[in-house]
Design a protein around this ligand. Structure first.
Ligand code: ACO
Length: 156
């Protein structure tokens, strides 16, 4: 896979929403449906096929949040996620936002690694977010999924 073959663009009017990818990042269909109502969806396309997605929402006067980011499983770990984060940063800057936020679970060690490497800093912990909003006990990397770690990147 060549990263130069990937184009990131807004999802077109009438184009199918890539729900399978969105649910890979966030298994709560209810939450996904709720934030899609006020979101902009961007897709990474390679050879006419959607291989990644991110969802950008305004969450304050000067603040946007990446509510969801996902890459097709067979292409993960090859730099597409980094490309999506760079694209989100650029678009949020161009829209005039001063801060870009992203949240992930305490157990999502590779996401925490990737987001901090991309310039996001931990700014908040939403205690028990996943216990309160998701059914059942969830485990990832052998760690119970409990808290949302919120990371913020300051934009120019
Ligand atoms: N072992 C070792 N290294 C890993 C692993 C792993 N299991 N997973 C990731 N990495 C490293 C990679 O080596 C790379 O590091 P590097 O830049 O130093 O080489 C980095 O972590 C991953 O970077 P990318 O390849 O750009 O990321 P990717 O294309 O896989 O996209 C994403 C990241 C979106 C998290 C993707 O893996 C994915 O879709 N995961 C499932 C859904 C998900 O968890 N989404 C995020 C939820 S949080 C939210 O949506 C706001």
């Amino acid at each position: 896979m060549k990263l130069s073959e990937i184009l990131i663009r807004p999802l077109a009017d009438g184009e199918d929403i890539p729900y399978a990818l969105l649910l890979d990042a966030d298994p709560s269909e209810a939450l996904v449906t709720a934030y899609l109502k006020y979101a902009d969806i961007y897709v990474a396309v390679m050879m006419n096929s959607i291989v990644g997605v991110y969802v950008l929402c305004q969450v304050g006067p000067h603040r946007a949040e990446i509510k969801n980011i996902a890459v097709k499983e067979s292409l993960q770990g090859q730099g597409v996620g980094k490309l999506l984060l760079e694209d989100a940063t650029k678009r949020a800057s161009e829209k005039g936002y001063r801060e870009l936020v992203i949240g992930t679970a305490n157990s999502s060690v590779w996401q925490l690694y990737l987001y901090q490497k991309a310039g996001f800093e931990i700014t908040e912990i939403r205690k028990n977010f996943f216990i309160d909003n998701y059914p059942g006990l969830l485990y990832e990397n052998g760690i119970q999924v409990k808290h949302m770690i919120v990371l913020t990147k300051r934009l120019q």
